[in-house]
Design a protein around this ligand. Structure first.
Ligand code: ADP
Ligand code: MG
Ligand code: MG
Length: 257
């Protein structure tokens, strides 16, 4: 069992403070939903957790079990088991899905691997990727597609989920808020999370898509406003947000509204 613990996190972009003291704890096996109005800082939290250089942590800590990862580079975090879909390149010309994933898996599993160094064996890798594609119900031919070359919204999401399945992270952070997901894409993510989340993996899903939450009922729903998590509840909170929007939450927290 692992714990991702975020304490009093303050994050600035340039000179502007965006996150103003975020506390959040996720254990492996738990699914947490993060919701909140546009501009409240949800993506900023995701980027800061990914170690994105534009998002400066000015106070607070992020710990993975006993390891303080607050200052770590993105690739170090990945090796420790953090997965953030968007930290990876959008298009790499001439690279197939399988090649890309073989490198990604090798980098994460073998921290000492230098560029051009040893990759996981082709035989082992092929077995694994087919196993995961079959489990996710993705056609095996997907492995031979060129990375993101003409991918539909649903295929991009499929790529994120296949990558998550191959890397087997301890914590996955999925920012699905502003991506303009169509029904196909939402289904891909929702089924993927349902199949992959479990004892070994904790998931923070940033979303307002009910379908994503319907199939992956989160034990915990958090509402972010003005750079803080102002309310945490169970599935009933997600339901209230769906039915009434943020009005009721704003009324309960006039200071944040
Ligand atoms: P959300 O994901 O909840 O919609 P964001 O984290 O995207 O919120 O944005 C929170 C605030 O931080 C917004 O005011 C936004 O303009 C600002 N912000 C986020 N990222 C950047 C950036 N790279 N440059 C400038 N401002 C940013
Ligand atoms: Mg936004
Ligand atoms: Mg966002």
């Amino acid at each position: 069992m692992s714990t991702l613990k975020i304490e009093n996190l303050h994050v600035s972009v340039g000179e502007t403070p965006i996150l103003k003291g975020v506390d959040l704890e996720i254990k492996s096996g738990e699914i947490h939903a993060l919701m909140g109005p546009n501009g409240s800082g949800k993506s900023t939290l995701a980027y800061a957790l990914a170690g994105h250089p534009l998002y400066e942590i000015t106070d607070g800590t992020v710990k993975l079990d006993e390891t303080d990862i607050t200052e770590m580079e993105a690739d170090q975090r990945a090796r420790l088991g953090m997965y953030l879909a968007f930290q990876y390149p959008v298009t790499i010309p001439g690279v197939k899905v399988a090649d890309f994933l073989r490198h990604a898996v090798s980098n994460v599993r073998n921290p000492d691997r230098q560029e051009g160094g040893e990759l996981v064996s082709m035989r082992e890798f092929r077995k694994e990727i087919y196993e995961q594609l079959d489990k996710l119900g993705v056609d095996r031919s997907f492995a031979r597609r060129y990375l993101n070359d003409g991918f539909s919204g649903g295929e991009k999401k499929r790529m994120e989920i296949v990558q998550m399945a191959m890397l087997q992270p301890r914590f996955a952070i999925l920012d699905e808020t502003d991506s303009g997901l169509d029904t196909d894409a939402v289904n891909v993510v929702s089924e993927g999370v349902r199949k992959l989340a479990g004892d070994e993996m904790g998931v923070l899903i940033i979303t307002h898509h009910d379908r994503l939450l319907e199939y992956n009922v989160p034990q915990n729903t958090h509402v972010m406003m003005a750079g803080r998590i102002i309310e945490t509840g169970g599935p009933e909170l997600a339901k209230e947000l769906h039915e009434k929007g943020y009005a009721a939450v704003r009324e309960r927290h006039p200071e944040a509204a």
